[in-house]
Design a protein around this ligand. Structure first.
Ligand code: SAH
Ligand code: SF4
Ligand code: F3S
Length: 471
């Protein structure tokens, strides 16, 4: 199925900026670059699902500007890098890729390279790109995607390089979106974060919480479903605080009421406000996937306090109990930070304890990375790398033990699986989504891609399942 552009709400202030997209397209037409000869765009995305959703909007803008997607940066006339700043490693990776693009610019000076996202929503990084990466034509912060056509236009018409830091914390309404996959869709329902966990850069690079109006979200869901979406994930840094005319539970119930055979997920929830209403909606609505991602970060009350998480081991476990009582067989996943400043062996053991008691299907674990400008970066007791790494390896072996056992409960069961695509490891197999967490590999004709099929699970391992398609 061919993907079509999805329109995302209306914003009158965005409309004049989108006229630059037409001006860029006109430049391409004047140069005879249309149809099969259209110039290529390539977007490199780092970071979380929110960034992937933003990249779909950047792709939508590229299409409006007359570009066509290409598979490799070498074939592109416009390269956009959508960066992440969550840990030092994420920034290093982005800078290294941008560094590698220099030779593309040397080989073809007409290539336009732009950098956006969370990394370049920090002044220091913007000046670094401006001063040390002369082949980068422009940067744009996370509130400035609507300026991209203007920035591209300026670059193509010989204008100066631009490095904008608008911090216009808008809703990105009115930007067209080109979904990567027609059947698995991201749907941003809110942006920003008010929580200021002491280690986290997100509130600084994504601004304060703001929710899209219910009607705009429902209209977008309707379009996605009409476009073939079978698996929709509602996105926000803290979706429990959604407040666009109803709460997240109300919003999900209204989306579930839309016609069509689809499933609904949501990410990410903050434990301090994972409400009973949301848990009940998950239990009652068949279309909501029985998966709750509820990041705990640490099991130690002392560390949770220093992290400014605003819950305790006990109040967190209370949410987990409520969830398990209300939603039978629910899968629960978490994020954990190892080596937060001041973390002692005893604190770390409390984290292992929360892992055992919460009985997670999967944990995303990270070694603490100090972020410039956050309170934790200035705290005493930064944990040496060797100590964090040793703790991390103990955490990973406990995680494998717990998730192997949790995964094995699916052996012999038949799951309804959305066939997502050809497996990356074996061209004779397809990969699908069924169990809320793990990819499922099975043999089937590629014609079923984008459809639900029943798969009997034969074997489970830590990271994936294998099964047989039932007729
Ligand atoms: N809004 C989401 C997650 C955002 S970032 C939430 O609150 O759950 C995803 C994960 O990255 C976080 O849950 C946290 O575990 C991790 N993370 C954030 N800042 C970090 C840092 N400075 N060092 C290491 N991990 C970090
Ligand atoms: Fe970061 Fe905390 Fe906000 Fe999540 S809730 S994005 S960890 S500040
Ligand atoms: Fe990274 Fe920004 Fe997401 S910092 S994790 S891309 S919100």
């Amino acid at each position: 199925m061919r993907n079509s552009l999805i329109s995302t709400g209306i914003d009158e202030s965005t409309a004049p900026l989108l006229e630059y997209a037409e001006s860029v397209a006109a430049l391409h037409r004047a140069a005879g670059k249309t149809g099969d000869n259209a110039p290529g765009f390539f977007i490199q995305t780092f970071g979380c699902q929110q960034n992937e959703a933003d990249s779909e909007k950047l792709a939508g803008l590229c299409v409006l500007m007359g570009y066509a997607r290409v598979a490799r940066p070498e074939e592109a006339d416009l390269i956009l890098v959508n960066t992440c700043a969550i840990r030092e490693h994420a920034e290093k990776k982005a800078l290294s890729i941008i560094g590698q693009y220099k030779h593309l610019k040397d080989a073809n000076p007409s290539v336009v390279i732009g950098v956006g996202g969370c990394m370049v929503t920090q002044e220091l990084r913007v000046s670094k790109l401006k001063n040390s990466y002369p082949y980068v034509s422009f940067t744009f912060d996370t509130g400035a995607m609507q300026y991209v056509p203007k920035l591209v236009y300026n670059a193509l018409s010989g204008g100066k390089r631009s490095f904008i830091l608008t911090e216009e914390w808008n809703l990105n309404e009115g930007l067209p979106s080109l979904p990567e996959s027609p059947h698995s869709a991201w749907l941003s329902i809110m942006y920003g974060c008010n929580n200021f966990c002491s280690y986290c850069i997100v509130p600084y690079v994504r601004g304060r919480e703001r929710s899209r109006p219910v009607q705009a979200v429902i209209e977008e869901a309707r379009q996605l479903i009409a476009n073939g979406a079978k698996d929709i994930t509602l996105l926000g840094q803290n979706v429990n605080s959604y407040d666009g005319g109803t709460d997240i539970a109300g919003l999900m119930r209204r989306i579930c009421a839309l016609e069509g055979d689809f499933r609904l997920r949501f990410m990410t929830s903050h434990p301090k406000d994972a409400s009973d209403r949301l848990i009940e909606a998950m239990a009652e609505e068949e279309k909501i996937v029985k998966h709750f991602h509820l990041p705990v970060q640490s099991g130690s009350d002392r560390i949770l306090k220093a992290m400014n998480r605003r819950y305790t081991f006990d109040s967190y476990m209370d949410r987990i109990r409520k969830l398990r009582e209300t939603v039978p067989d629910v899968s629960v996943t978490s994020d954990i930070i190892v080596g937060f400043p001041g973390e002692t062996e005893e604190d770390f053991e409390a984290t292992l304890r929360v892992m055992r008691e919460a009985d997670y299907d999967m944990v995303y674990s990270f070694i603490y990375s100090p972020r410039n400008g956050t309170p934790a970066a200035r705290m005493e007791g930064q944990v040496p790398r060797e100590v964090s790494s040793e703790r991390m390896s103990r955490l990973l072996s406990l995680e494998a033990e717990i998730s192997d056992r949790r995964n094995s409960r699916f052996e012999g069961r038949t799951l309804r699986v959305l066939a997502d695509g050809i497996s990356k490891n074996d061209p004779d197999m397809l990969t699908g989504k069924g169990d809320p967490v793990r990819p499922i590999h099975f043999k089937a004709d590629p014609s079923v891609i984008g459809r639900f099929v029943n798969v009997k699970i034969k074997k489970t391992s830590t990271f994936s399942f294998e099964g047989e398609k039932e007729e």
